[in-house]
Design a protein around this ligand. Structure first.
Ligand code: FAD
Length: 642
């Protein structure tokens, strides 16, 4: 067997984005030794790209805000399919997590009286996003890295070794989770630079690997988003939920082609930017759906008045939740009212002075100028939907972040439930902080309750190494050599065209047939060269994860015969209250044993009832609003039904 570098830790955190780093801090604070592994450079996680801000009901910009209002907005945004306990914990704890970041050294933008400034965002009733210009994610990562360095300095003072309790393994990809007797025992991977194998022996693993966007052709996501955490957890026996819900952010760049899909933050609309079609019409007023009727401005005058006087005007429909805005743009384009390159206009230039735009949105200004030669202080941008976020992920216990596989915890974008069918902007950064911390605590509690550390078997290590090396094997008899780049392009195209923003039964079935074909070709994938920094090999390994996760998306999308949040069925255009209480749960056919040595195992999707919301939380909503989402039978006991 190939040589394997070996390490032993109490907790291994896979992923060094916001969720992962917050979990590291918590597990280390509990005195455990923690390895943090990331396939990119340390500091270059997806979280760095987060622009607009972190949602937390601190009430700094509008004292009417409260955790209850944040909870209500989150549930509405997710169309009441959210795990309500997660939404509750998130709304209650987000302010403390933001203030805590300040104590670690974060420098948020301030209000005139010196408090943390908060901005408007889609679906949030009050200005709620704590931000640092449009570089909020960068500041959050910088701060947490600084905190980790401070903890390492404490460890040095105590032990003489900076890495006594926290060690970073950067540019290191985990390819397999290892178990003993149905519990986590470790993780296997390789160094991207040398290709050498590495094994972590650890009883507790926190998965924090982010999203799946690289399965789609047009996406705001960076190269790391290949659904690794989703796929590894599934293979090891955990379950995924809500995989049919994929968020297409309404405002990705559509032109020029080199930057297609790159995000234009919702902060542009939060700060006053408006969407217009090719006829110059502010079309969002025509797209306020029945469930939001009465909550949004119905005239331009009222929408503009809201920017300065939110107490006496309703908010602009440009800031409806993302699923609604993305569908509206899609309809405008279909109706022939698109920009020259197939999008709509996003205009901030005519709405505020140039220096104010540069002050509030420095990265947007810089990005468009440098990459597209568009000056957003002088002309509108051309924007359209881009695959942005996956609401689906590893099913976890809300309080501890534990999955159904003992020893496996998950937080951040790779976990599921918190956002229901659609995430509100800004709710991811707060999710990372709240549930990253909770997963770190959950892993620590689990560890402390263990009587014996599970051990990794040599046979499992050999199987993981063989699986990783398979793309170097020449094709077997009758097998055609396949190029991983070609298969990836075909996968992205199929997901984009057939399981994208608008779906139908026929198209999803076509996608599943294509996925089946790709799956059958994967064993033939062959790469040139050796293991030293070999991007073709890296892609070949990631591709298996993307195909597995795409199958979950497509199979769940086929089963859910309604439209809700990030799942729009042209053949079932209405939201169906009968589906609200149902989660679609993906698992591997035959369980984890069947997945060992199988390149892309079969997945199955099964409906599971959602746990009913606690009565005191249900009472936070008017009966009339609940009646838009719930069945009569579900509401029969509600006091308002009399
Ligand atoms: P990430 O930050 O992506 O970290 C994932 C980590 O896992 C990385 O370190 C990666 O290297 C590692 N990894 C992945 N696979 C492996 C593997 N196999 N082995 C080892 N390591 C692995 N949300 C908001 O709330 N507000 C915003 O303003 C906002 N703006 C956004 C702007 C953009 C352009 C984008 C793309 C997203 C934005 N989001 C925003 C969403 C938010 O940034 C993400 O959902 C969030 O950062 C995900 O954090 P995470 O910790 O779950 O994962």
């Amino acid at each position: 067997m190939a040589e394997v570098e070996r390490h032993s830790y109490d907790v291994v955190v896979i992923g060094a984005g916001g969720a992962g780093l917050r979990a590291v801090i918590e597990a280390r604070e509990r005195g455990h030794s923690v390895a943090v592994v990331c396939k990119s450079l340390f500091g270059k996680a997806h979280t760095v790209m987060a622009e607009g801000g972190c949602a937390a009901a601190m009430g700094n910009a509008n004292s009417k805000d409260s955790w209850q209002a944040h909870f209500r907005d989150t549930m509405r945004g997710g169309k009441f399919l959210n795990n309500w306990r997660m939404a509750e914990l998130h709304a209650r704890e987000a302010p403390d997590r933001v203030w805590e970041l300040e104590s670690y050294g974060a420098l948020f933008d301030r209000t005139e009286d010196g408090r943390i400034s908060q901005r408007n965002f889609g679906g949030h009733t009050y200005p709620r996003l704590a931000h640092v210009g449009d570089r909020t994610g960068l500041e959050i990562i910088r701060t947490m890295q600084q905190k980790i360095v401070a903890l390492q300095q404490e460890d040095f003072a105590e032990t003489g070794d900076y890495e006594a309790r926290i060690k970073v393994f950067a540019e290191c990809t985990i390819t397999e989770l290892l178990r003993e007797d149905g519990r986590i025992a470790g993780a296997f991977g390789y160094w991207r630079e040398s290709g050498r194998f590495i094994l972590f022996d650890a009883p507790a693993i926190v998965m924090a690997t982010g999203g799946i966007g690289k399965s789609f052709k047009v996406t705001s996501n960076s190269w790391e988003y290949t659904g690794d955490g989703h796929a590894l957890a599934l293979r090891a026996g955990a379950k995924l939920i809500n995989m049919e819900f994929v968020q297409f952010h309404p405002t990705g760049m559509v032109w020029p082609p080199s930057v297609k899909g790159i995000l234009v933050t919702e902060g542009v609309r939060g700060d006053g930017g408006v969407l217009k079609n090719s006829e110059g019409e502010r079309f969002m007023f025509s797209y306020i759906p029945p469930v939001f009727k009465g909550q949004y401005a119905e005239t331009e005058q009222e929408a503009d008045g809201w920017l300065t006087d939110p107490d006496n005007n309703r908010r602009t429909p440009d800031l409806l939740p993302r699923d609604e805005v993305a569908r509206a743009i899609n309809s405008e384009v279909k109706a022939g009212r698109s920009t020259p390159h197939g999008g709509v206009y996003l205009d901030i230039a005519s709405r505020m002075p140039a220096d104010e735009i540069v002050r509030r949105l420095p990265s947007m200004h810089h990005q468009f100028k440098e990459l597209a030669d568009v000056d957003i202080t002088r002309e509108p941008m051309e924007v359209g939907p881009t695959c942005h976020y996956v609401m689906g992920g590893i099913e976890v216990d809300p309080d501890s972040g534990s999955s159904s596989l003992p020893g496996l915890f998950a937080a951040g974008e790779c976990s599921g439930g918190m956002h229901g069918s659609n995430r509100l902007g800004g709710n991811s950064l707060s999710d990372l902080l709240v549930f990253g911390r909770r997963a770190g605590l959950g892993a620590s509690d689990y560890l402390e309750s263990l009587e014996r550390r599970p051990t990794v078997s040599e046979a499992d290590v050999a199987a993981a190494a063989a699986m990783a090396l398979a793309p170097f094997d020449p094709p077997g008899e009758g097998e055609v050599a396949e190029n991983p780049y070609t298969l990836h392009t075909e996968l992205q195209q199929a997901m984009n065209d057939l399981v994208g923003i608008i779906r139908t039964d026929g198209e999803i079935r076509q996608a599943l047939a294509k996925l089946e074909e790709i799956r059958s070709r994967i064993p033939g994938v062959m790469v040139e060269g050796n293991r030293q920094f070999n991007p073709g090999w890296h892609l070949a390994v990631d591709l298996r994860n993307m195909v597995l996760v795409s199958e979950c998306v497509a199979k769940a999308a086929l089963m859910r015969t309604e439209s809700r949040g990030g799942h729009t069925r042209d053949d079932h255009p209405a939201m169906d209250a009968g589906w609200r209480g149902t989660l679609l749960v993906c698992s591997v056919v035959g369980g984890a044993e069947a997945a060992v040595g199988t390149v892309v195992p079969d997945v199955t999707v099964a409906p599971e009832p959602q746990q009913a919301m606690r009565a005191d939380l249900l009472e936070l909503f008017d009966f009339g609003e609940l009646a838009k989402y719930y069945t009569d039978a579900e509401l029969a006991e509600h006091p308002g039904s009399a």
